[in-house]
Design a binder for this molecule. Sequence first.
Ligand SMILES: O=C(O)COP(=O)(O)O
Ligand SMILES: [Mg+2]
Length: 238
Amino acid sequence: MQVTVGAQALHLEVDAAIVDLDGTMVDTIGDFAEAIARMLADLQLPALDAALIEHMVGKGTEHLLRSVLAHVLAQAGHPQAARPEAVARLLPTALARYEQHYLAINGQHSALYAGVLEGLQALRAGGLRLACVTNKPLAFTRPLLAAKGLQGLFEQVFGGDSFATKKPDPLPLLKTCEALGTTPARTLMLGDSSNDAQAARAAGCPVVLVTYGYNHGQSVEAVGADALIDSIAQLRVV
Ligand SMILES: O=C(O)COP(=O)(O)O
Ligand SMILES: [Mg+2]
């Protein structure tokens, strides 16, 4: 079917859409900040400026916690040469504490972006098939989708630990197309960051990015998506 993008001239011939989660459907920075704050307190490490978290989200939990620990140690004046070793030493406990805290607060400090529910429901009603592919661990993803009333929209849900690699590697998108029985060329990637765009390009999927997400704190203008939208409700099946 044909999907139009707001008032733009672009028409996409697609059968399905793969939708990213953090920064695209749900503003989860508050959840990340809370779980990180509790983890750092457990490890008796100083707190992190919450504004920095947005720049570190997008490549999964381990990458996030490595970035957080490196930053906190640097702030505390830990010598640079010894930092990788200190991060590696702290990481297993940090991961365990973080996972426990994240699961306890999942969804409580996060909110759906405007237009997500209506936009996705309209796409579904128009016959577009939907899958969710996130770099978030699956154990965090399913309860969050349920808490925000999104779970029924998706035929397939995959997390950052569902496959051998995460976005920006194309494998999660290729595997999702396989699961849906669609071709990448007719499967739209809808995301908020360069990870989504790079994965889509490498897989051969068209890609539309939202302008309000994280993208490592940088504008999505330069990422090279087929289109940018301010709301998922701008996508329409015609
Ligand atoms: O948890 C992350 O690192 C980001 O997840 P996303 O792929 O849903 O943006
Ligand atoms: Mg995202």
